[in-house]
Ligand binder design. Sequence first.
Ligand code: ATP
Length: 166
Amino acid sequence: LDVHDEFTHRTLATDVMRPRRNDPPLAVLTQDSTAVEEAEALIKDTDYSGFPVVVSRESERLIGFVQRRDLTLAISDSLVYFTEDAPQLPASDPQPLKLRRVLNLSPFTVTDHTPMETVVDIFRKLGLRQCLVTRSGRLLGIITKKDVLRHMAQMMNQDPESIMFN
Ligand code: ATP
C-alpha cells in the first residue's frame, strides 16, 4: 500500500467503498433489535469479515463494528444487544445476549469525500483491515484493505492478484 501516483488524488472514498450502486445494501446489525436468527442468517448467507452496528435501520447511525468470528462465538438462542442495558422484554422471552464486549466502539471512519490518497495513507499507517464510510454520521459503506488494493490495481491496469500476492 505504498502508492502516491496521481490517480489517488482524483479518487474519493465514495468511489471505492461498497456497496456499489447495484449491490445489495450493507450487511449491518442493529444495536438492540437483532434476533439471533438474523445474526445467524448474516453469518450463513455472507462471508464478510465483520458487520457495522447501527442504531436502527431507519437512522443508520453508526455505533460500532463487530468481527464475524466474535459474533459467531457469542450468539445462541436469544436476542442480542450492544447497548449498556438490556432491552425490555416480556419475562417469558429468552434472556437477551449482551454483545457489547465484542463491539469495537471506535471503528475507523472516513467521510465519502475523503480522497483515496488519504484513505490509502490511513490504511498503511494504522494497519487497518477495514474502514467505514459515513456522511453526517450516517453509515454509507465499507472499504476493506482488499478493496483498496483492488482499486489501486485497477487504476494501474494490472491483475489485482499480482499486486496482492507478490
Ligand atoms: P476477502 O474476504 O475476499 O478476503 P475482504 O478482505 O475485502 O475480502 P470481506 O470483509 O470479506 O473482506 O469483504 C468482501 C467485500 O465485501 C469487500 O468488497 C467489502 O467492501 C464488502 N463488505 C465487507 N463487509 C461488508 C458488509 N458488512 N456489508 C456489505 N459489504 C461488505
